[in-house]
Ligand binder design. Structure first.
Ligand code: DGT
Ligand code: CA
Length: 574
């Protein structure tokens, strides 16, 4: 079990203890241990083997024993015992962001609510508002949380950034076999979708039986789900399903096209083929008049055969790419190399790990021409937000470090909180001193749609604001997007000439492809940033670019594809 697995079970124990109303210090101790294990820089299993568990803060005495038990058995007895005393549906309720164990306990004890469905029903029937400590407002909040949780519900999907390294690891092992000639990932991974259900691999081999055998016996295969001569499925490392298809060389292109999808894109393509007199399936085109089959070794031949410009996988969602392909008018999508600077970077002045100098050096090595150092503002106290006084010192530090560096421009900035009432965290007098002002929502996330929209729009109306960061606040597996009228927000950005961020942090990817596509269509400026908190976070730019490509975004739609000279004049920076 890895660090996050161990942490997850300790966190669950903390929730259960709170739910049962046991000693709050006990619950806190479990949560603290979980947090520290999650944040460890090394593998906890390895530390256990070296007898170093007690070095982890919060993992002393009793909890250390539990951690040992988890690492040995995958669980611990006290947890199993406690979990058995709670109705199973309660786990679902405790999973809902915004509903804590105390609330779950109250609902269970007073209304006998034992499941998410039961909770939804009680909220709809207005039974919750009648409880003491509750009212119509709390009930509405609960209802919204449940609905959001249910609609977010893509359980079992893995973020792309988690699936990517696993895919690479498997491909590398398969390529090392002499009897495998080629392996490529198809499906949603190849289309760079933000989350994936499974990893679809396609391989060429002269000895398929050996190739399959090699695949089934990879070291981290935890379960064989399906076993066949040309298709097998496994559970890999207890984490994700992986399918491997061995395909014949002469129809490699047709099969790759088919298994890249999307399903919607394929259905549309097949319809088009029929109109042209062909039946298209994963094996090739069958000419309906002559019954002659055409197979394609190269994927491009499939599109050529239909007279279509070749769409890169990111475009294949049946969102107009087939029509555009017919007219040979597909977009020239943005690439990682088009990015000339990063406008959302945290240093160790707030919650980043690195100094401004190290950030500058790393950005310079990437070939960036500029970065904005945008530490947090004071309302975000947990992230070490800066007071106005500290911010002015920060600005001075940025410009003096900037003088030391050639080849890269350091821009002074802030990631300024938009307070619940819509006010910014710094006065205009301070904001006007900065090169780049990013505005963002960090607290008060459960406002209703109207209030949240108004809050964000009023920030966009401030003349000093340049960019709205992570516009919907969603975090994979943690919380859904807050309720906001994105069209109104984008319109406000357009009217006030502001840029909207695609945040490349793998847990955010916010805007998502749909909203980013809407921004592009409306003509709103986009900024693709990493929200770097550690030097290697700069690499996440790739994931923001993936989102942008799926949204049909071209380099000229994005402010930070500009060279420094054009960039400073666009933002009127001296
Ligand atoms: P995922 O796995 O949910 O993240 O998304 P995909 O697109 O990888 O879906 P998956 O793994 O179920 O199937 C892989 C590809 O196979 C899919 O993109 C297109 C093709 N495919 C699957 N089912 C169908 C179907 O019913 N009709 C057609 N035309 N193609 C299909
Ligand atoms: Ca798939």
């Amino acid at each position: 079990m890895d660090n996050s697995g161990v942490a997850a079970i300790l966190s669950k124990m903390a929730l259960l203890l709170e739910f049962k109303g046991e000693n709050p210090f006990k619950a806190k101790a479990y949560e603290r241990a979980a947090r520290n294990i999650r944040g460890l820089g090394e593998d906890i299993g390895e530390m256990y083997r070296r007898d170093r568990l007690s070095e982890i803060p919060g993992v002393g005495g009793a909890i250390r024993e539990k951690v040992r038990e988890i690492l040995d058995t995958g669980t611990f007895k006290a947890y199993e015992r406690t979990a058995a005393e709670v109705p199973p549906g309660i786990f679902g309720i405790l999973d809902i962001p915004g509903i804590g164990p105390k609330t779950a306990k109250l609902l269970y004890e007073k209304l006998d609510i034992r499941s998410v469905d039961g909770l939804l029903k009680a909220a709809i029937e207005h039974r919750i508002r009648r409880l003491s400590r509750m009212g119509p407002k709390q009930e509405e909040k609960i209802l919204r949380s449940v609905q959001r949780y249910q609609s977010s519900g893509e359980p079992g999907r893995t973020p792309l950034a988690t699936a990517d390294p696993i895919t690479e690891e498997i491909k590398e092992q398969l390529r090392a076999f002499p009897f495998i000639k080629k392996v490529i990932a198809a499906g949603s991974i190849r289309r760079r979708k933000e989350t994936v259900k499974d990893i679809d691999l396609i391989a060429l081999s002269d000895v398929p039986a050996k190739a399959m055998d090699g695949f089934l016996h990879l070291q981290k295969v935890t379960e064989v789900i399906e076993e066949g001569n040309t298709l097998s499925s496994v559970l890999y490392d207890n984490k994700i399903r992986v399918d491997l298809r061995i395909v014949p060389e002469e129809s490699f292109g047709t099969l790759l096209q088919h298994f890249t999808g999307s399903k919607e894109h394929n259905i549309h393509l097949r319809k088009l083929a029929l109109e042209k007199g062909y039946k298209l399936n994963e094996y090739g085109f069958t000419d309906i008049a002559t019954n002659v089959i055409k197979r394609c070794a190269e994927e491009k031949q499939v599109y050529d055969h239909l007279g279509l410009e070749f769409p890169v996988p990111e475009l294949r969602e049946d969102r107009g790419e087939i029509e555009a392909g017919m007219q040979k008018r597909l977009p020239k999508l943005i690439e990682v190399e088009d990015i000339k600077g990063d406008l959302h970077v945290h240093s160790n002045w707030s919650d980043g790990e690195d100094s401004i100098e190290d950030l500058a050096l790393s950005a310079l090595e990437r070939g960036y021409e500029y970065i904005a150092i945008t530490d947090h503002s004071h309302s975000t106290a947990i992230a070490g937000g800066l007071s106005e006084k500290r911010l002015l010192e920060h600005t001075k530090a940025v410009s003096s470090i900037d003088e030391k560096f050639e080849g890269i421009r350091l821009l002074s900035g802030t990631e300024c909180d938009i307070r619940p009432g819509g006010k910014l965290d710094y006065s205009d007098r301070v904001l006007q001193e900065l090169d780049i002002v990013i505005a963002a929502v960090h607290a008060g996330l459960d406002q209703d749609r109207k209030t949240m929209t108004k809050r964000i729009v009023s920030a966009l109306e401030n003349e000093h604001v340049d960019i709205l960061a992570h516009p919907t606040g969603r975090k994979f597996g943690k919380r859904e997007a807050y309720d906001v009228d994105m069209e109104k927000v984008l319109q406000a950005a357009l009217d006030n000439d502001k840029a909207i961020e695609i945040n490349s942090s793998p847990s955010r990817l916010d805007l998502n492809d749909i909203n980013a596509g809407m921004a592009r269509k409306m003509g709103v400026w986009l900024a693709i940033n990493t929200d770097t908190h550690r030097l290697d976070n700069f690499n996440n730019i790739r994931y923001g670019i993936d989102v942008a490509r799926r949204a049909w975004i071209e380099p000229q739609d994005v402010v930070n594809t500009r060279h420094i000279k054009d960039f400073v004049s666009l933002f009127r920076i001296e």
